[in-house]
Ligand binder design. Structure first.
Ligand SMILES: NC(=O)c1ccc[n+]([C@@H]2O[C@H](COP(=O)([O-])OP(=O)(O)OC[C@H]3O[C@@H](n4cnc5c(N)ncnc54)[C@H](O)[C@@H]3O)[C@@H](O)[C@H]2O)c1
Length: 337
């Protein structure tokens, strides 16, 4: 496969950002935007005219009329599996976004169906292949013989002052423990695959600055079946311009891994992530430090090559994708606003 594949973009709110920052950049090496679609005609028309491509307000019509190989699906997470079904029915591969689904059974069902039909379904989180820092964490565990994981603290924050707009973001049923579902989801997906099955979760959440009915500040404590305990903090309330860093402290039997915990100047930090490992061997303490590129963008090349039949031995499994959604479901049951 060496020709660009035609792709439609469905959902043009955050999808507009994906077009500008992903599909017209790195993604354009592999995919050509063929058409766009949004239920909102103004958005569809404006993107269609801007890109010089046909626009639709009905996804079914687009899928029936356009000769496309892929659909970039950037609608909300509620009912995403059913939208993916429509693509599968027409033999169209899907790149979508986090959170993949709100319901684990639906996620599991559609991933299995896609696999059976030979359709590639990928998303930005969990990413198809591990992001650079996840690869580094997996490598450190082995290289420095850290032993079994014991505990973790994961944190991510940014600064929003949102008003209600009637979207799914306002509905605690469709957007449970909002900062975790919207922002903490990256960490949820990562700890679900690093730390294994979850036994129990508990949630603390609050509304500090938001005008929405859903929370803007939240902490989830997680007990894993293997005894690991962890916390995931996500907030839209902190304005220190160290946003979207997903920092981690992970304790193991014989060491601790730190990711991006150093205070950084956002203008000079670029895409670099600072990693540190402190570990012990034969009673002595050692330290390893490095800066790595953060590669947490959409993996267009992997998507394209998987469609062409390429095999990678480190691709995320369906179980790992579903594990994150199970954790969200447990959190939804446990929440105590
Ligand atoms: N907003 C962000 O900063 C951000 C960042 C990363 C990822 N995401 C993810 O991107 C997804 C979309 O987020 P958003 O903020 O754009 O949500 P949104 O609800 O604001 O927008 C979704 C868009 O999709 C359209 N849409 C919904 N169903 C459709 C259908 N069947 N056919 C055609 N169009 C349809 C809607 O009209 C709307 O314009 C979510 O999963 C979100 O978590 C958002």
């Amino acid at each position: 496969m060496n020709k660009r594949m035609k792709a439609a973009v469905v959902g043009l709110s955050f999808g507009g950002w994906v077009i500008e920052n992903e599909l017209l950049k790195e993604g354009s090496k592999y995919f050509e935007i063929d058409s766009v679609c949004d239920l909102n005609e103004e958005k569809a028309k404006s993107w269609g005219e801007r890109l010089g491509v046909p626009y639709y307000t009905d996804m079914d019509r687009l899928l029936a009329e356009r000769q496309i190989g892929a659909c970039v699906l950037i609608t909300g997470p509620v009912g995403r599996a059913k939208q993916i079904d429509k693509c599968i029915d027409r033999g169209i591969h899907v790149m979508t976004t986090k959170p993949f689904e709100l319901t684990a059974t639906e996620a599991e069902r559609v991933l299995k169906r896609a696999r059976e039909k030979g359709i590639v379904v990928q998303m930005n989180s969990p990413s198809p292949r591990p992001a650079s820092y996840m690869k580094a964490i997996l490598d450190y565990q082995k290289r420095f013989d850290l032993g079994r994981p014991i505990a973790y603290r994961a944190a991510d924050w940014c600064s929003y002052r949102e008003k209600p707009d009637g979207l799914w973001y306002d509905d605690p049923e469709r957007c449970p423990v909002a900062p975790i579902f919207r922002l903490g989801i990256y960490m949820i997906n990562e700890v679900a695959s690093l730390m294994g099955d979850v036994e129990k979760v508990s949630v603390a959440e609050s509304r500090i600055f938001t005008g929405r009915p859903t929370s803007d500040n939240a902490l989830v404590s997680v007990l894993h079946k293997n005894g690991v305990v962890g916390s995931i903090f996500a907030s839209f309330c902190v304005n220190d311009l160290q946003h979207y860093k997903c920092s981690y402290e992970i304790n193991y039997e014989r060491g601790t891994i730190y990711k991006a915990v150093k205070p950084r100047n956002s203008e000079t930090a670029g895409n670099k992530v600072s990693m540190q490992v402190v570990y012990t061997k034969d009673g002595r303490q050692y330290m390893h430090e490095e800066e790595i590129e953060d590669s947490s963008n959409y993996q267009w090349e992997v998507f394209y090559r998987c469609i062409g039949g390429a095999a990678y031995d480190d691709l995320v499994s369906d179980e790992q994708i579903v594990a994150g959604i199970r954790l969200i479901e447990m959190m939804k049951k446990e929440k105590m606003i």
